[in-house]
Design a protein around this ligand. Structure first.
Ligand SMILES: Nc1ncnc2c1ncn2[C@@H]1O[C@H](COP(=O)(O)OP(=O)(O)O)[C@@H](O)[C@H]1O
Ligand SMILES: [Mg+2]
Length: 203
């Protein structure tokens, strides 16, 4: 989770019938920081991110972004960029169209969309791939998902195990240039690198 704005969860509980996925949790991410959530499978990592994004309703508690309560606010109005564990690319859309999706929803002009999509694809080293469909990329789908999340200049960037299939060189390139481009907060990249180096995590 990378936040240009602060993210605060207060006493959040989420149940799926008998399963308590989140039990009164209150994590906080200060503005300009990134936080990695570690936990074994089923611990509630994805649910936490989905609660911040507003993709899952919560049974109790509150979510605040930059001090503003967003509990109950639709995802589209939270300015969140998210990369899903299964990527969730639109298979019937080209790479360009996938990346442009959030810009189209925000009704940017065609020329502005093209410029931003070009920048985002360059940031993840996918220049000239825009006309392909996701299935025509050999293993580069993750990069499209990352570009799609970055292109809207999100206030909060949520990454659900997105770098698992990237080699280290490309990951460094994306973290260094891509996130710098997307968030325009270079300190985030520095922080990311320091943490990655410090804990030896395999992002
Ligand atoms: N849509 C869902 N319906 C029912 N149970 C779910 C659903 N999503 C997650 N869960 C359950 O909630 C718990 C937390 O899941 P999840 O947040 O996906 O964990 P993690 O991402 O840490 O692996 C798990 O027990 C999982 O089975
Ligand atoms: Mg998960």
């Amino acid at each position: 989770m990378i936040a240009v704005a602060s993210v605060v969860m207060v006493g959040v509980t989420k149940r799926y019938r008998a399963v308590v996925a989140l039990d009164d949790v209150s994590p906080e991410v200060a503005s300009g920081k990134f936080v990695t959530v570690l936990g074994s499978s089923g611990w509630g990592k994805s649910t936490t991110l989905r609660a911040v994004a507003g993709l899952t309703s919560i049974d109790a508690g509150r979510v605040l972004i930059d001090g503003r309560e967003v509990t109950g606010v639709p995802t589209a109005k939270r300015n969140i960029g998210m990369v899903f564990q299964n990527l969730a690319l639109f298979p019937h859309m080209t790479v360009d169209q996938n990346v442009a999706f959030g810009l189209r929803m925000r009704r940017l002009s065609g020329s502005a969309q093209r410029e931003r999509v070009g920048q985002a694809l360059a940031a993840v080293r996918l220049d000239n791939m825009g006309r392909r469909y996701p299935h025509q990329l050999s293993g580069d789908q993750q990069r499209v998902a990352i570009a799609r999340a970055l292109v809207i200049n999100p206030t909060v960037l949520l990454l659900d195990e997105p770098f698992a299939a990237l080699d280290r060189k490309l990951r460094d390139a994306i973290v260094g240039d891509g996130l710098g481009y997307g968030t325009s907060e270079h300190k985030l990249c520095a922080g990311w690198r320091q943490l990655a180096a410090g804990c030896g995590c395999d992002f």
